[in-house]
Design a protein around this ligand. Structure first.
Ligand SMILES: Nc1ncnc2c1ncn2[C@@H]1O[C@H](COP(=O)(O)OP(=O)(O)O)[C@@H](O)[C@H]1O
Ligand SMILES: Nc1ccn([C@@H]2O[C@H](COP(=O)(O)O)[C@@H](O)[C@H]2O)c(=O)n1
Ligand SMILES: [Mg+2]
Length: 423
């Protein structure tokens, strides 16, 4: 029996975690982008361009400016002594709690800030949860906790002279300042704080955009990346070494997973002369292969592997449930081969970790292991990917979670029993 026949409707089981960690459906967490850069570098302009190109997605823009602390009366009297470019000028705790609520899928009230009175004003802005949240501001890459929220970090990089010219223009027109105020504030606070806190956060950026809003190519690439990520499971946003095969009903077939796994192996071009004398160009794997099945359910994938790679050697690993080390029968030269580790279900990850550790102890490099499975639980992916970031996982489905007996939900029951007809 093919495993696809064991399951039905397995694409429509998005569930909600019950542990208070996240209230969002598991693979529906928002994609959070941070956009930093010096004053008047074009952060807001870049964000608006990204938003306009993401027209089919729910996007919200949160400005760090909204979290400026209101000045008290004493501070207002001496406003020219106040450093608005220092991290302490912002209420970062409030920013973090608002971002956390949005991340969990809750609406939130964001304060409104008035640059003329230097205070928060009513009404605040009700922001609804969205697929993409963009957080923009001079210091959003400075604070470790704020940075940690982000899936993508952008720094807008523009010549300081251009920024100063734009700032004079903007602050005199929109923020009620005169040129002398702007220049004094710039040389006393804005420039030194830029060098101390903003420029030093540039190293945390994933993308640096020269020329800001004029850089159409950079904005286009960013939008494409966001669209790709929005289509992916959340775990793929965290672990680049996990590959989920496009999930239609048919692709749960073992053969497709095996073929896809083979596609991850390095190969070189090879030409041969056919019996009719013509030249045929094909490819050959750079290194010899070996399958290793985890007994017993992994054996269900062996036929597919043999069908794809005639004569491939296949070893076996038996994992004990009682904490003892696993037993194995593996080719003597396994350390010089690429290993396709076969186990159709990745649940807690405990068996997989034992099997992988055993392969490593036999000298197989982590980079030479491709773990092929059909159904995986997020818990197993976290466990394996954290411990072995250099191996690849190829799966056809990431399910919702684990039950208390470490069974995958919804999963497909005891795979070995169902496949071999012993249930
Ligand atoms: N590429 C550009 N060309 C000309 N003016 C620009 C450009 N980008 C931004 N500006 C102007 O510069 C000022 C600052 O831009 P803004 O996007 O608000 O910067 P930031 O949010 O980084 O402070 C605004 O008045 C804006 O209209
Ligand atoms: N009351 C305030 C608050 C902030 N500023 C300046 O705004 C700059 C940050 O905003 P951008 O849109 O330019 O990123 C920052 O450099 C502060 O100096 C202010 O002048 N008055
Ligand atoms: Mg701005």
């Amino acid at each position: 029996m093919e495993p696809a026949a064991l399951r039905s409707g397995f694409n429509d089981h998005i569930s909600v975690e019950s542990n208070g960690g996240f209230d969002c459906p598991k693979n529906k967490q928002p994609f959070i982008i941070g956009v930093a850069g010096g004053t008047a570098s074009g952060k807001t302009t870049v964000c608006n361009q990204i938003i306009s190109q993401l027209h089919d997605q729910r996007v919200v823009l949160v400005n760090q400016d909204s979290f400026y602390r209101s000045l008290n009366d004493d501070q207002l009297v001496n406003v020219h002594e106040y450093n608005f470019d220092h991290p302490a000028a912002f209420n970062t705790e409030l920013l973090l709690s608002c971002m956390e609520k949005l991340r969990r899928g809750h609406p939130v009230n964001i304060p409104s800030y008035d640059f003329k009175s230097h205070k928060s004003i009513e009404p605040s802005r009700l922001v609804n949860p969205a697929d993409v949240i963009i957080l923009e501001g001079i210091l959003v890459l400075h604070d470790f906790h704020v940075r940690n929220l982000m899936n993508m970090k952008i720094f807008v990089d523009i010549d300081s002279d251009v920024r100063l010219a734009r700032r004079i223009q903007r602050d005199t027109v929109e923020r009620g300042r005169n040129i002398q105020n702007v220049l004094d504030q710039y040389s006393r606070f804005v420039k030194p704080s830029f060098e101390e806190f903003i420029l030093t956060s540039k190293k945390f950026a994933d993308i640096i955009i020269p020329r800001g809003g004029d850089n159409d190519v950079a904005i286009d690439l960013i939008v494409q990346h966001i669209l790709t990520k929005l289509g992916q499971h959340d775990l793929c946003k965290i672990y680049p070494n996990i590959n989920v095969i496009f999930s239609t009903f048919q692709v749960a077939f073992i053969y497709v997973v095996v073929e896809h796994g083979l596609g991850h192996l390095p190969f070189t071009e090879k030409q041969i002369i056919t019996p009719t004398g013509s030249v045929y160009s094909g490819v050959v794997f750079c290194k010899r292969l070996c399958g290793v099945s985890v007994i017993r359910s992994g054996e269900s994938m062996e036929n597919a592997l043999r069908a794809c790679c005639k004569g491939i050697k296949i070893g076996k690993i038996l994992i004990h449930g009682d904490g003892k080390n696993g037993r194995q029968k593996l080719p003597a030269d396994i350390s010089s081969r690429h290993v396709l580790l076969l186990d159709p279900v990745l649940a807690s990850g405990n068996s997989a970790i034992k099997a992988i550790s055993l392969l490593l102890s036999k000298g197989v490099p982590e980079t030479s292991i491709i773990f092929l499975n059909l159904i995986s639980a997020p818990e197993g992916i976290h466990a394996v990917c954290r411990k072995f970031p250099k191996l690849k996982i190829v799966t056809s489905e990431i399910d919702s979670s684990l039950d208390k007996n470490y069974g995958v939900i919804p999963g497909m029951g005891e795979f070995g029993d169902r496949y071999f007809g012993t249930d």
